[in-house]
Design a protein around this ligand. Structure first.
Ligand code: F6R
Length: 613
């Protein structure tokens, strides 16, 4: 949450930072700001609202030339979104300006101390406290800013990625991180700093990922990295493989629509080089060294948040069915505080698109401290979770920019499906012939998703009929229960319509009371082992005059006669249905949100990367 961008070099900083902030807006978009340094001094400009509001605000100023600058797009934690709480924040003397992503947990104590010393505060933010705390150390100890930052970092509790400018050092940026991401792009006599690589990619593909407890000083065209213990480290330069076109809309109206439509390719990319059905080969490089532990685990624990947690629920069905190992799926936020029973015999899978989710990271650290093996399933290469885990597999879905997760979900399920099949085969719980059959079917999924996408016009008609509904229910059983949860989450987060997902049979235990002629109920009723039961549940809703929208298997005739609308998806193995069935549900929420005039890519109150707990 919050995106930060900084630049120092030979070019004008302002356009680079504004463009970078727009790329990072998915991380937070309630206010934005920038600091520049030129003959007028160190100037901070900030505005409530999106980066475009900041741009309009900047039109009223002259002398914005600067070869150095820092910028921020905010997702409010401390203090409401307004101009004052926006970043950058000045120090008291206005000699320093800082951008911050993260939360300083002991800011209250620090603030009281500083107030006792006479410091005044304009904003309600922890970040203003942070820069003033650094300044206090700087002033009282007569030391360099770099040293003051280092000492301050020993005293602050919480998470941060910060970049600081200093009026007295016009060619210097000081940055540090703990718990919040920070990438440094290394160009020709120029450096770019950002929360992720998207603002950097068009200038350089050479990046350094700053580690926790590291401080980077860019001064006089040189990058120096030290730990907070003052030990110099050798920056490791990574080559970015991301393409610029992957982070642009490519003719689509919204990133979410582009990402929904990319799924045939993203699922294929995820399987490429790993799955060779004809020769019965399934290779997940990350698993190789840990296969023994995986195979002999007493238990698999899956931990994640939100949509990634839903992918984890699908995986529970997959692992238990194919590999016969007990699975528990845990909300990372609960798991981390519950004092769970974990041992070295547990194999923990952490799922995350961003690789930065604070609760998932904390759950990983906890399980690691108890001796469990941790395997990451992440999308963002080089993010914190892949670096905190023992091993892992990337989902290779490409950058996901729409805040509502779509292609990352199907890519996560694709990786988890391959893991479950591999595990089942190795453990002998899946016969050779069944294994071969499943591999063959898995390979057809991208083309089945492609066919499912063609349902768009039909789904759009359904969206038009129900866009003004106040509530929705989503029901499914077995593998389709997590799909129901995911369908409901997609709808509520982008259209602000209240939606609940339930296992279809649970309806009788409460939610059935909600059903009347005003209530649309989305059933995922594909031909599978619980089909007959779901058909009975559909009858129960119909008897109470609920409106039925059913996702069914192509050629289904039974449900067609009961439902108000049917969406026919291609037939596949029961275990692979979530990969196909979720597609029309993503489209349904997309169209409803567009028809309601909602900001699909940046829904209110949300941020793509939840780096605070
Ligand atoms: C929903 C959504 C969120 C994320 C959740 C976890 O569309 O995007 O629920 O799934 O915040 O994020 P990651 O997967 O980045 O750990």
């Amino acid at each position: 949450m919050c995106g930060i961008v900084a630049y120092v070099g030979q070019q004008e900083a302002l356009p680079i930072i504004i463009k970078g902030l727009k790329r990072l807006e998915y991380r937070g978009y309630d206010s934005a700001g920038i600091a520049l340094l030129n003959s007028d001094g160190l100037s901070v400009y900030k505005k409530k609202g999106k980066v475009s509001e900041l741009e309009n605000h900047l039109n009223g100023f002259s002398n914005l030339e600067s070869k150095i600058g820092i910028g921020h797009t905010r997702w409010a934690t401390h203090g409401e979104p307004n101009d004052v709480n926006a970043h950058p924040h000045y120090s008291s003397s206005e000699k320093f300006a800082m951008i911050h992503n993260g939360i300083i947990e002991n800011y209250d104590v620090l603030k009281k101390d500083l107030m006792n010393k006479g410091y005044q505060f304009q904003s309600e933010t922890d970040s203003e406290v942070f820069i003033k705390f650094i300044e206090d150390i700087y002033v009282n100890n007569h030391i360099s800013l770099e040293e003051a930052v280092r000492l301050a970092l020993h005293k602050v509790v919480g998470a941060y990625a910060i970049v600081i400018m200093n009026i007295e050092e016009p060619d210097t940026l000081i940055a540090a991180r703990k718990g919040s991401p920070l990438v440094i792009g290394v160009g020709e006599k120029e450096y770019f700093l950002a929360s992720d690589a998207t603002p950097i990619i068009e200038y350089t593909n050479q990046v350094v990922y700053l580690d926790d407890y590291e401080i980077a000083v860019i001064r006089d065209n040189k990058l120096q990295i030290k730990t907070i213990e003052n030990v110099e480290t050798n920056p490791y330069i990574n080559q970015l493989e991301m393409e610029l076109e992957a982070i642009e809309k490519g003719g689509y109206e919204h990133f979410m629509l582009k990402e929904i439509n990319e799924q045939p390719r993203s699922i294929a990319d995820c399987m490429r080089g790993r799955l060779d059905a004809k020769n019965g080969r399934l290779v997940l490089g990350g698993l190789r060294d840990y296969m023994n532990k995986f195979q002999n685990a007493d238990r698999i624990i899956i931990t994640a948040c939100g949509t990634s947690w839903h992918a984890g629920l699908v995986a529970e069905y997959l692992f238990e069915e194919f590999a016969r190992i007990p699975v528990e799926v845990e909300y990372a936020s609960e798991f981390r505080y519950r004092n769970p029973v974990i041992s070295e015999k547990d194999f923990v899978i952490a799922i995350s698109q961003s690789g930065e989710t604070a609760d998932t990271l904390a759950a990983i650290e906890l399980a690691k401290s108890k001796g469990a093996t941790i395997f990451g399933v992440c999308n963002v290469v080089g993010s914190s979770i892949p670096r905190a885990t023992h091993a892992g597999s990337y989902t290779h879905a490409g950058p996901e920019i729409g805040v509502a997760s779509t292609k990352a979900f199907t890519a996560q399920i694709s990786v988890l499906t391959m893991m479950a099949l591999k595990l089942g085969y190795q453990r002998g719980t899946l016969s050779e012939s069944r294994y071969m059959q499943l591999l063959g079917e898995l390979e057809t999924i991208p083309s089945k998703v492609e066919r499912a996408l063609k349902l768009n016009d039909k789904v759009k008609e359904i969206a038009a009929a129900y866009k003004d509904s106040r509530n929705f229910l989503y029901l499914g059983r077995g593998y389709n229960f997590p799909v129901a949860l995911e369908g409901a989450l997609k709808l509520k987060e982008i259209s602000y319509i209240h939606a609940e997902g339930y296992p279809a049979a649970e309806m009788k235990h409460g939610p059935i009371a909600l059903i009347d002629e005003e209530m649309p109920v989305v059933f995922i009723a594909t031909k599978d082992s619980s089909y007959e039961k779901v058909v009975s549940n559909i009858q129960e809703v119909k008897a109470r005059k609920g409106k039925i929208i059913a996702v069914v298997t192509e050629g289904d005739t039974t449900v067609k006669h009961m439902a108000d609308h049917v969406i026919e998806i291609p037939e596949t193995e029961e275990a692979f249905v979530p990969l196909v069935a979720v597609v029309p549900l993503q489209q349904l929420s997309y169209h409803i949100a567009v028809m309601r005039g909602c900001n699909v890519d940046q829904p209110r109150n949300l941020a793509k990367s939840v780096t605070v707990e």
